[in-house]
Design a protein around this ligand. Structure first.
Ligand code: HEM
Length: 410
């Protein structure tokens, strides 16, 4: 294999999962590699411009930590090329802002996501996790993705945003359609746009309600917060809620599903974890996150002519940082292809780094902890019964379906 053998804008390149062998070739031979345009619309938008693939750990950090040169706002964090209208709408999302604007918006909401706040949520998350496992425990088999992995993140998004819990089925459908644009089984251009529009409208209605009747949900605080003397606008609120739906549910679901799959593929690690869940679970979660990051990449756009490792990058060109490659950089991780739940330290970049470091990281970790603790103690012989079906995507390492079986709970 050599640099250029795979087109990373083509979802078919991820058909059997992330191309870790190709990433290794890039790290060794072309750490700042030009992926040419393919002119195609994979379902997320046309790829008319090429992009630089950044595959080494330190370079992913440097790019993420230099928003002045590598902007999230100019072209958004999504790889395809967008129309001016799309750009204007995407830029209302926190994830697609640059400092100083980004800092102002992030400050309004980050208090709701601190490790301390998440710790306070722990008893509730535990109770929800118990309920989720109750839902399948007597069946002896189920689809892990829909029955176990997807439910807890959705319940929490509903709680955070103040949506009625019954609406989680709608939200599940919308988030799948929004993120599944490249997978004909999940979505297409029309359903993707319709889902984004429905989610936006739903969020707007919620915002209007909370404006009249403030409460202590995160969204209410956002709505009543001020940025430079003016309250946050409707469209900004709806954009934030849409981001929460997409970023907060799909990712944690994927990490949970990959986690179970990884444990089944590594029986020695599965046994070790079950031998002392309290002791090994936190490390296992970090290793699951390192091994298969749910989000493949984030994009930045150069705001000036610059270079990385001597490779010139012109103003306006795209740079894509691949977390799955950084997490297996042999300079920072010993024996990186080994799945080792005792790995320490484990400074993976799955939640990004720098100003945009994932706002939901503590919440995601807490959810993973609660759901795995419940599964490992109540359904300890869980095994995969059919090969998992992967999402066709160049952005997310999603799993669509994964049948599992286990001894039913008495
Ligand atoms: C395993 C689960 C998750 C993964 C792998 C993940 C990954 C990421 C990554 C890589 C970024 C950085 C984007 C960048 O640098 O451009 C990010 C940002 C973000 N994530 Fe997560 N995320 C997860 C869970 C969550 C959850 C549960 C929530 C909320 C409920 C959330 C909300 C956000 C938000 C709001 C941002 C934007 C932050 C900003 O721009 O300042 N994420 N996430």
């Amino acid at each position: 294999m050599k640099p250029g053998d795979l087109d990373l804008a083509n979802p078919d390149s991820f058909e059997t999962g992330q191309p870790y062998d190709y990433f290794r070739v890039l790290r060794e031979q072309a750490p700042v590699h030009w992926n040419p345009p393919n002119g195609q619309d994979s379902g997320l938008g046309p790829m008319l411009e090429g992009f630089f693939v950044v595959s080494r750990y330190t370079d992913v950090i440097d790019v993420s930590r230099t928003p002045k040169i590598f902007s999230s706002a100019v072209g958004t964090v999504f790889l395809p090329d967008h129309t001016p209208e799309q750009l204007a709408s995407f830029r209302l999302m926190l994830i697609n802002m640059d400092p100083p604007e980004h800092v102002r918006y992030r400050r309004l909401i980050q208090r709701g996501f601190t490790p301390k706040m998440v710790k306070q949520l722990e008893p509730r998350i535990r109770k929800h996790a118990t309920r989720v496992v109750d839902g399948v425990a007597k069946q002896g088999e189920c689809d892990f993705v829909e029955g176990l992995a997807a439910v807890l993140p959705l319940i929490l998004i509903c709680e955070l945003a103040g949506f009625p819990e019954e609406d989680r089925h709608k939200i599940f459908k919308w988030s799948n359609q929004m993120i599944g644009g490249e997978d004909p089984e999940m979505s297409n251009k029309e359903t993707q746009q319709a889902a984004a529009a429905s989610a936006f409208l739903y969020a707007q209605e919620l915002a209007a309600r909370k404006r009249k009747e403030p409460d202590d949900t995160l969204i209410s605080k956002y709505i009543h917060g001020e940025i430079e003397g003016r309250t946050v606008g409707e469209a900004e609120i709806a954009s934030f809620v849409t981001l929460l739906l997409a970023a907060g549910s799909e990712t944690t679901r994927t990490a949970t599903s990959h986690g179970m799959w990884l444990l089944c593929q590594h029986p020695d690690q599965y046994d070790l974890l079950r031998s002392d869940v309290d002791r090994y679970l936190p490390g296992a979660i970090e290793e699951i996150l390192r091994y298969h990051p749910p989000i493949l990449l984030m994009r930045r756009t150069a705001t000036q002519d610059t270079e990385i490792r001597g490779v010139p990058i012109a103003k306006g060109q795209k740079v894509a940082t691949y977390y799955g490659s950084a997490n297996r950089d042999e300079e920072f991780f010993t024996d990186p292809d080994r799945f080792d739940i005792t790995r320490a330290p484990n400074p993976h970049l799955t939640f990004g780094i720098g100003e945009h470091f994932c706002l939901g990281a503590s919440l995601a970790r807490m959810q993973l902890n609660c759901i795995f603790r419940e599964i490992l103690t109540r359904l300890p012989d869980m095994q995969i019964s059919e090969p998992p079906r992967l999402q066709r995507s160049s952005l997310a390492d999603g799993i669509k379906e994964m049948r599992v079986r286990f001894t039913p709970e008495a």
